[in-house]
Design a protein around this ligand. Structure first.
Ligand code: AMP
Ligand code: SF4
Length: 461
């Protein structure tokens, strides 16, 4: 069986669910656009039609490309689930686009999930040895199989609880089955999932920015290990796991989530701004101005500049129309991608000592090119400040950052990384400051310290 340590991981996505909301698919279309930053490879919506059947439309591309008037009109009804999927290096097949639609015991159901299940290979190979064939490489199919073949008959809540309990790892999952919308989170609470109210109905979404977009009011977060079901009687809560923790993915706060979202009570913009302030306190830079790497490090750069009493300038400009560069198959394509995406603003950086604030360094592609760009544009010094600790360990919970060999900080000192990217100085935020900025006592910081909250299932059978 595949060894997890050598595997590239995927499923970094966003989910939404609506219940009791007129034109649910139209609302899902808007909510998925608000979550577009969580995935651009493809998207889909599955809606409960008034006749009780489930309609599905999904395709490759951005939400606005996949859904036009006609597609949305084909999904009438007041309950639906939706999904946006992240582009990946080697598992990009259409068959992995979500939601998935299944029929079991005469009942159709749809499921979509965000995260990565660490014991999926183990559970799948057990089932395959017993004759079950899987159509995709997605963990969602496995989840759905376990729900559909659960031993509790038509008691879907019990079947979902049993499946969620068997699966280990990260998941925020929405399921539409038998006229009920279910939403659950893994027992560690890696991925965010919020519940909101819209008119007489309800919404669940990976991030609160999607609630805001559709005009829903935030009720609360779905708890780690919780399964909520929403039907005409309202919201009902149960737990699929008893010992739960609060290991929210710190990369959600650092990079992934939208700054206007609030994750478990923590404003993402507020967190980033404070981490920028703390970074400045830990590592001041001898600079004339501060610039961010647009857009993701803007909040941290604001904090760094205000704490250091330095002007925040637009030293780098982003071309909004270039696709994301991070997940490209080769290093040379990644290099070209960064150059197409970012340009230095010569009039601002010429003759200046520039402090560049980025949220993270993963392979080092972005930082190395930025440093060179700024020097070519006339900067007299480039000081890189990173608003997270060195990213040294691969993620097994759904953030696609590649294998350990690809991570620049895996086996290099800060000084070696500085030399690689060519900066005059390089400093990172400490893990302590990361916790302080979050105001939390628990977080997943495995990619920084190698302390994985789950077992890793290094299978060798
Ligand atoms: P790299 O160029 O490989 O060092 O990646 C770091 C850059 O990619 C930073 O500018 C981040 O904003 C961004 N980044 C960090 N994590 C991710 C991720 N999981 N997916 C896409 N981009 C990322
Ligand atoms: Fe997030 Fe890092 Fe933990 Fe993965 S390992 S869930 S990226 S904090």
């Amino acid at each position: 069986m595949e060894n997890l340590a050598s595997r590239e991981l995927h499923e970094e996505c966003g989910v939404v669910g609506f219940y009791g909301v007129d034109h649910a698919a139209t609302h899902a279309f808007l909510a998925l656009q608000a979550l577009q930053h969580r995935g651009q490879q493809g998207c889909g919506i599955a809606a409960l039609r008034p006749d009780g059947t489930i309609g599905l439309h999904k395709g490759a591309g951005l939400v606005k490309e996949v859904f036009g008037k006609e597609e949305i009109a084909s999904l009438p009804g007041n309950a639906c689930i939706g999904h946006v999927r992240y582009p990946t290096t080697n598992v990009g097949g259409q068959e992995n686009l979500q939601p998935f639609l299944f029929t079991r015991k005469g009942c159709s159901f749809a499921l979509a999930h965000n995260g990565n299940i660490v014991n999926a290979d183990r559970v799948k190979s057990y089932l395959e040895r017993r004759g079950h064939l899987f159509h995709s490489t997605s963990d969602s199919e496995l989840f759905a199989y376990l729900v559909g073949t659960g031993v509790h008959g038509d008691d879907w809540e019990a079947n979902i609880c049993a499946a969620a309990n068997l699966l280990d790892g990260a998941f925020a999952t929405v399921i539409l089955i038998d006229g009920v919308l279910y939403a659950c989170r893994d027992k560690y609470g890696f991925r965010p999932l919020s519940l909101g109210r819209l008119g007489k109905g309800y919404v669940v979404a990976s991030e609160t920015c999607a609630l805001e977009t559709v005009g829903a009011s935030f009720i609360r977060d779905v708890e780690p290990g919780e399964l909520i079901s929403i039907d005409r009687n309202g919201v009902h809560s149960s737990f699929h796991a008893h010992s739960c923790s609060r290991c929210m993915c710190s990369m959600e706060l650092i990079y992934f989530a939208r700054p206007d979202s609030v994750i478990e009570g923590c404003s993402v913009h507020g967190f980033r701004r404070l981490s920028g302030r703390l970074l400045q306190a830990e590592h001041p830079a001898d600079a004339d101005l501060v610039t961010c790497v647009p857009e993701s490090s803007m909040s941290a750069a604001i904090g760094y500049a205000e704490a250091g009493g330095l002007p925040l300038e637009m030293g780098l400009l982003k071309n909004m129309y270039v696709a994301r560069t991070f997940i490209q198959p080769t290093q040379s394509l990644r290099d070209v991608g960064v150059k197409m995406k970012l340009s230095p603003v010569r009039s601002i950086v010429r003759g200046k000592r520039v402090a560049v604030i980025d949220d993270s360094i993963v392979r080092g592609t972005t930082s190395r090119i930025i440093v060179q760009m700024l020097r070519d544009a006339g900067a007299t010094a480039v000081h890189m400040r990173i608003a997270s600790p060195p990213y040294a360990w691969p993620c097994f919970y759904g953030i696609d950052t590649g294998t350990r060999e690809q991570l620049l900080a895996a086996d290099r000192s800060v000084e070696e990384i500085r030399a690689f990217i060519g900066a005059d100085s390089l400093e990172y935020l400490s893990v302590d400051a990361l916790y302080k900025a979050s105001g939390r006592e628990q977080l997943c910081t495995a990619c920084f310290d190698g302390k994985y909250p789950t077992e890793l299932y290094q299978d060798n059978d």
